[in-house]
Design a protein around this ligand. Sequence first.
Ligand code: GDP
Ligand code: MG
Length: 163
Amino acid sequence: SKPIVAIVGRPNVGKSTLFNQIGKKRVSIVEDFPGVTRDRIYMDAEWLNHQFTMIDTGGIEIETTDDMLTSMRYQAKIAIEEADVIVFVVDGRSGITNADEAVAHILRTTKKPIVLAVNKVDSPNREMDVYEFYKLGLGEPIPISASNSLNLGDLLDGIVEAF
Ligand code: GDP
Ligand code: MG
């Protein structure tokens, strides 16, 4: 079966925008995890003849909590369990937040490959925004703009190289 790529990150960083930009079509409605209530979480994608399935973990809701950090920890754990490659999305405009740190803390416990995408770097002259994200301890940050489709090729190269 195809490799699974899970997209994780706090709300509003652009996970769904990225997911929709690189996804091709819906493949199923999620019902594999307890408390999952939304669809459009799995999508097929392809890059340079590599086919894979993406999960937008931000769409996974837990009915038992309204707490953002609890939800994010749960989503990160699903990513660690289910994915072959994890894409951690952060926001280059806001810089590192406590919620980013909380997710990074969990992601540092896995040996699975992690690709760090710094989104909302909407023009090349904003690329210096990425440097502080080295502090997350998850490798080289890749600047992207999901909404403007900038640098998604570099991100996808990093993803498929990790398969
Ligand atoms: P999610 O909560 O992580 O799934 O984030 P969304 O994909 O829903 O995006 C949150 C907001 O950020 C929306 O208003 C998007 O239009 C915006 N957004 C997403 N990607 C970019 C980007 O590359 N640049 C900018 N400037 N805004 C973006
Ligand atoms: Mg979303």
